[in-house]
Design a protein around this ligand. Structure first.
Ligand code: AMP
Ligand code: MN
Ligand code: MN
Length: 338
């Protein structure tokens, strides 16, 4: 089954052609995704990496993070051996491809390298994408960057085997919230169908992504839920539910930062709030703020004002202020945006 070309879509056919040209003529392709990679970022990167390596292309992949560790829940993804420490990444690649990053900043330490790449192809689906590549394959209508990664592989004429499909599927289920978000279209299910047809195991992937937390996760989840606050009138009748997880909370149970990233999906469950927020203190003492909306408000704009970005219903920002101050700033913007 071959998907139909989407020449009418937001990425013009000539841009896809140019991407194919650039990749075909490159000796080496350097791939990168955003820091704190999720299933979509790393899945898209490794999928394209595996597809290119299978036809003999030299490939390196990385993400620009100090310490450079792949989150536990993504270690099942095939193609990890493509990954190199950002220190060993080419300093000025002839061709670099960035996945799932709306702004160079999200590439962390590799943002500098991206600026030095002879050609930079940006593959992304964030509406806030600034088009920072020399070529931009950006479709805000795509449910995941993995959708664009699949299209790129198809346009290169490369086969999608089970390993590549596993990486793409991880991206698709991550960003659609397991086919629950508004981005879940018939095309998304058709893509999932194509991927599952390669023989991948959806049950196994779901377990790897969501059901293998250490016991300490439950304790930290408990702490977050004990502290949860409901503000029914936070922004002009717009209910807000929010909580936080400190570095000390995680330290007490030996939990790395990425283990608490899923807590927002519990917090957002209440029907009594339109907006859900969690502040997570990272290992550097900064607060990574995740926000979710049920649709009444465009959080990508609110978060962009606070130096972050994302999608209308799922966005985030980084704060170096204490919890209460951060929430005060967020609340004020919420009130204005409502
Ligand atoms: P998360 O809450 O981490 O799952 O992220 C939700 C969305 O917000 C994703 O599309 C991220 O790209 C975006 N996002 C999260 N944190 C930041 C940040 N600090 N800066 C820019 N975008 C962010
Ligand atoms: Mn992402
Ligand atoms: Mn994504």
């Amino acid at each position: 089954m071959t998907p139909q070309p989407r020449d009418e879509g937001p990425v013009p056919g000539r841009d896809w052609d140019r991407a194919v040209e650039l990749i075909s003529s490159a000796e080496e392709v350097a791939l990168a995704c955003h820091i704190s990679p999720d299933g979509d970022a790393l899945g898209s990167t490794l999928a394209v990496g595996l597809a290119l390596r299978a036809v003999g292309k030299r490939v390196v992949a990385s993400f620009g993070e100090r310490g450079f560790t792949v989150p536990r829940l993504l270690r099942f993804l095939p193609g990890q051996d493509l990954l190199v420490d950002p220190d060993d990444y080419p300093a000025a690649p002839e061709l670099m491809i960035s996945f799932d990053a709306p702004i160079p900043d999200r590439l962390g330490e590799l943002a500098r390298v991206a600026g030095k790449a002879r050609e930079l192809v940006v593959v992304d689906h964030h509406p806030s994408n600034t088009g920072f590549g020399t070529l931009n394959l950006v479709d805000p209508g795509a449910a995941a960057t993995a959708v664009l990664a699949e299209e790129l592989i198809r346009r290169l004429g490369l086969p999608v085997d089970r390993d590549i499909a596993t990486c793409l599927y991880a991206g698709l289920v991550t960003d659609t919230g397991s086919f629950r978000h508004s981005s879940t279209t018939s095309e998304v299910h058709a893509m999932a169908g194509r991927l599952i047809a390669t023989g991948l195991n959806p049950e196994e992937i779901a377990r790897e992504l969501w059901d293998r937390s250490p016991f300490g996760y439950l304790r930290v989840l408990g702490l977050a839920l004990e502290r949860v606050v409901l503000e029914p009138e936070a922004g002009d009748g717009l209910g807000l539910v929010w909580t936080y997880v400190t570095h000390d909370d995680r330290e007490a149970y030996g939990l790395p930062y990425h283990e608490v990233e899923g807590i927002i999906d519990v917090v957002r469950r209440t029907d009594d709030a339109d907006v859900a927020v969690i502040l997570k203190e990272d290992d550097e003492g900064a607060w990574q703020v995740s926000t979710r909306s049920k649709g009444g408000i465009d959080l990508s704009r609110v978060c962009a004002t606070l130096g972050g970005g994302g999608h209308a219903k799922a966005a985030g920002f980084t704060s170096h202020q204490p919890v209460e101050q951060t929430m005060a700033a967020f609340r004020a913007l919420l009130r204005r945006a409502a």
